[in-house]
Write a new protein. Structure first.
Length: 482
């Protein structure tokens, strides 16, 4: 290469890993994401560190698990003293840029020198923000948004606590009837269109400077209102909800959540799924806009391209929607890495992979020194070691990856949940409650929790030992109600 390669990381929000056509049968065609997969390595067993936006994103950026940083809930903030992968690329001659959602919840840029946030789009939108407020208020699975009109996860507002008191939109919004999920905004006025345009503009402006660009779309996350042409592809009345299947072996907290969901009107469940599918279809179009710009600018030959998401979406499996659990549809993520210098192309890699390792991996692929964990300010409060490990050798086909991967959820609760997954087994520790073990080889749909099977007692002991060696749940400083 004539110079250091650019890095383009394309993120969506809440994209379920198996719902893209490069991964097999999918309810939504994803031709543009498939283009990236055809040029690189698609990881079929990539796991997020925590199935919640803030926790997963801050872990990925800081290269530390959520239990290390304490950025756990969607109202948390990453301590500004933690160095991020953006700091690392910036210190090595790159222009680090973020365009779109990252859910920082504050005004810190965490190493990104160029940053266009959701607030910039809201200013562009002007009076048409009313349509977006109506969409926030019309969440099919959570009526409280109609009363609060406050969802910082969707950028209303983008900075948590921006409004001193209730949302100024409360009482001034329309709640839709969920017969259709079409947005009142035109295609070009959608946040994801704005992000795509601005990403191409950034690449054109800084094409002669090595850049580390994170293009971070909102969709297919709520609000579930795609432009009409895409929403019309998935009519609410035509969407088929999956059968919940057997739930008797699941822990009580999961069964209660399933029962609450199944008690909701069918139209709302259908609207959730239909809106999600329309959003995903439109997100793929926006991914294509960015890829097209990269190619038109002549940058594709010297740019490492990544596609991923922060967590998945249950999509009605087991009667569950959204994320907030450790089943695979929630905790697995799409992950594709395409490098321009002759690395493997069109390869499906089944090695276990952790999203948290993406920063060190991209640093390796770009030929940079390994990221440092040293805090930006010398302090005892911020540990100096990184949790993440590079998987660049797996991208290159030189390693089979780790023996196990980990995730966690609800750390700041009375029942923290921690997961370890090996090639065959998944074990979930539900602190103080029934735990879970699934044979992912014989039961990939995770339909039978075999925690009470005496034949698996040794497997459970071994998996729990792995979990405790990673991080002992008994030492969780974030737990409440203990």
């Amino acid at each position: 290469m004539s110079r250091q390669p650019n890095v383009l990381m394309i993120m969506t929000d809440q994209h379920r890993a198996d719902w893209m056509t490069c991964a097999g049968p999918s309810p939504v065609p994803t031709p543009n994401i498939d283009r990236i997969a055809a040029q690189g390595v698609r990881f079929s067993n990539a796991y997020c560190p925590y199935p919640v936006c803030v926790a997963s994103r801050m872990a990925m950026l800081s290269m530390r698990y959520a239990h290390t940083t304490g950025a756990i809930n969607n109202t948390d903030r990453l301590d500004w003293r933690y160095p991020t992968i953006a700091h690392h690329f910036g210190q090595n001659g790159y222009l680090p840029a973020l365009i779109g959602k990252m859910h920082f919840n504050d005004a810190h840029k965490h190493g990104f020198e160029y940053y266009l946030s959701i607030n910039d789009w809201l200013m562009y939108l002007g009076p048409k923000v009313q349509h977006f407020a109506n969409e926030i208020a019309s969440h099919p699975m959570n009526e409280r948004f109609f009363h609060t009109v406050m969802d910082d996860g969707a950028g209303m507002p983008d900075v948590s606590g921006l409004w001193d008191g209730p949302s100024p939109w409360a009482g001034h919004v329309e709640r839709y009837d969920f017969h259709e999920m079409a947005s009142q905004l035109t295609e070009e006025d959608h946040l994801d269109s704005f992000i795509a345009r601005e990403s191409v503009r950034f690449m054109a402006r800084y094409r002669d400077q090595p850049f580390f660009l994170v293009t971070s779309f909102m969709k297919p996350h709520v609000p579930f209102y795609a432009p009409k042409a895409w929403a019309d592809l998935y009519p609410v009345d035509a969407v088929e909800l999956p059968e919940p299947g057997p739930i008797g072996s699941y822990p009580p907290h999961i069964r209660r959540r399933i029962e609450r969901n199944l008690a909701r009107p069918e139209r709302l469940r259908r609207a959730h799924l239909a809106g999600y599918l329309g959003n995903l279809a439109f997100a793929d179009v926006c991914v294509g806009e960015v890829l097209g710009g990269l190619e038109r600018l002549g940058l594709a030959g010297n740019t490492i391209v990544v596609y991923t998401s922060d967590h998945g979406e249950m999509g009605g499996d087991h009667g569950l929607f959204r994320k907030f659990c450790l089943f695979d549809p929630s905790v697995k993520v799409p992950l594709v890495v395409a490098a321009p210098d002759g690395m493997r192309r069109g390869v499906v890699e089944d090695a276990l992979t952790e999203l948290i390792g993406l920063g060190p991996t991209l640093s390796d692929l770009a030929g940079l020194p390994a990221p440092s964990g040293a805090p930006l300010v010398d302090t005892r409060d911020v540990p100096g070691e990184l949790d993440a490990a590079s998987f660049a050798d797996v991208v290159k086909g030189e390693s089979g990856g780790p023996e196990a991967v980990f995730s966690e959820y609800a750390l700041r609760s009375a029942m923290p949940q921690l997961m370890v997954r090996t090639r065959r087994w998944k074990y979930v520790e539900n602190t103080g409650s029934m735990c879970e073990v699934y044979d992912l080889q014989g039961d990939p749909g995770e339909t039978a929790n075999r925690i009470s099977d005496p034949a698996l007692a040794a497997v459970v002991r071994e998996m729990r030992d792995r979990l405790v060696a990673w991080w002992d749940p008994a030492g969780n400083p974030w737990r409440s109600g203990a």
